[in-house]
Design a protein around this ligand. Structure first.
Ligand code: FEO
Length: 394
């Protein structure tokens, strides 16, 4: 296999994981992913930027063999997570003189996670510089994108930012660069929603920080390289800074159809009033799609039957996730049907402390929804519409 040159002396030596369908045993990967590792041959030093997931170590080692790399001086570990570092022990065994360049915090994590000996590390400070002869690397701390130890690596002469997970997309493709912007942007939005959104305030700071650099190319560790960085910079700005949209996200479960009738009615009542609704049946939905919708929505309405005296367990799982992702939501409500009682609304409202939302009056009905219940749903739709108009959500 041949490495792919992205600039003179800079090669992509990563792995495309076409078949991976789950990350962290949680996050759906409908389009697979890639683990992008890069080799830079400077006039005096050779470095490797990150490695690959250990399941795909042969790809990286074959590329290095193909390039006839005899010595690696430094391996840059922008992030300690194993999809970036899992092949470090194999690379170190083949290139024992290589030192690992990372933040001090990353060093501690790599000792914990991979039991790499302490003497293998050369920690760097924020904005510290390393010369490869004809190329100059600058290390830019970008904490909490998405672990505390994360940093980016900037190559001054080529104006390339090696951004690690920042701006990444889970997308298996042979396109080295973005060829299909719409597809990449959706994959990057899914990635942002699931991995970066919980740290939005830190993302804000780090976006401002990297904007101090002239960047011609963003080479992430997942998905294609951005040879037109403005695409992903604009998208991140929108996801991070823009006001929520005039949209409701409606995850729900229905057991015998009553909650389903309420959901259908509310979707109609909202859409008639000009509010966009994205509806997710949690029995079958891809939670990544739900996460994408949470990036922009102003309101969440949770639909659930009462079962075992509380919300349906699938709803509990989705609400736990929504709370952990900390989206920009401003309003929330609950709808659903119960048989004889329960603590559904109380349990759900206690589960969302991270959501800085105004709770709108829940609509819970006994058995099938009746005229008064549909009236209450109309009232909820009208309230949501008024709130969105008052806030000028577009
Ligand atoms: Fe790509 Fe945080 O791992």
């Amino acid at each position: 296999m041949k490495a792919r040159e992205i600039r003179p002396g800079i090669y992509w030596v990563g792995a495309i994981d076409w078949d991976r369908r789950l990350f962290d045993a949680l996050i759906p990967l409908p389009d697979g992913t890639s683990y992008n590792s890069y080799l830079i041959q400077g006039s005096e030093k050779t470095i490797l930027i990150e490695t690959v997931d250990p399941t795909m170590q042969d790809f990286l080692m074959d590329y290095l063999a193909d390039l006839e790399i005899k010595k690696i001086d430094y391996i840059i570990a922008n992030h300690a997570e194993q999809d970036h570092t899992g092949t470090l022990p194999v690379v170190l065994a083949r290139y024992p003189e290589a030192k690992i360049v990372c933040t001090p915090r990353c060093k501690g994590m790599l000792i914990d996670l991979l039991m790499i000996p302490e003497e293998k590390f050369t920690p760097v400070a924020d904005k510290e510089v390393l010369s490869l002869g004809n190329k100059t690397l600058e290390f830019v701390y970008t904490p909490w994108v998405h672990w505390p130890e994360t940093m980016c690596t900037y190559v001054r002469e080529d104006k390339i930012l090696f951004s690690c997970d920042f701006f990444g997309s889970h997308l298996a493709t042979t396109d080295l660069y973005v060829k299909d912007p719409w597809r990449v942007e959706e994959a990057a939005k899914r990635y942002y929603a699931e991995i970066m959104m919980p740290y939005r305030t830190m993302i804000e700071r780090n976006l401002h920080k990297i904007e101090e650099y002239a960047i011609d190319m963003i080479a992430t560790s997942h998905g294609p390289v951005y040879d037109k960085p403005e695409l992903i910079m604009r998208a991140y700005h929108s996801w991070v800074f823009d006001e929520p949209r005039n949209a409701v996200v409606l995850p729900y479960i229905s057991m015998h159809g009553s909650t389903h009738k309420m959901v259908d009615y509310l979707v109609g009542a909202l859409s008639q009033r000009g509010v966009k609704v994205e509806r997710f049946d949690l029995a079958v939905t891809d939670i990544g799609k739900l996460a994408i919708s949470l990036v922009d929505a102003a309101t969440i309405v949770i639909g659930t039957p009462t079962v075992l005296a509380g919300p349906h367990p699938n709803v509990v799982s989705a609400v736990f996730l929504a709370n952990a992702l900390r989206p920009k939501l401003k309003f929330a409500s609950i709808i659903g049907s119960y048989g004889w009682g329960g603590r559904t609304a109380e349990i759900l409202t206690g589960m969302i402390p991270n959501l800085k939302v105004e709770l709108l009056e829940p609509v819970l009905c006994k058995g099938l929804p009746k005229e008064a219940d549909f009236g209450a749903l109309d009232k909820l739709a009208a309230t949501i519409t008024e709130k969105h108009i008052e806030c000028n959500f577009k």
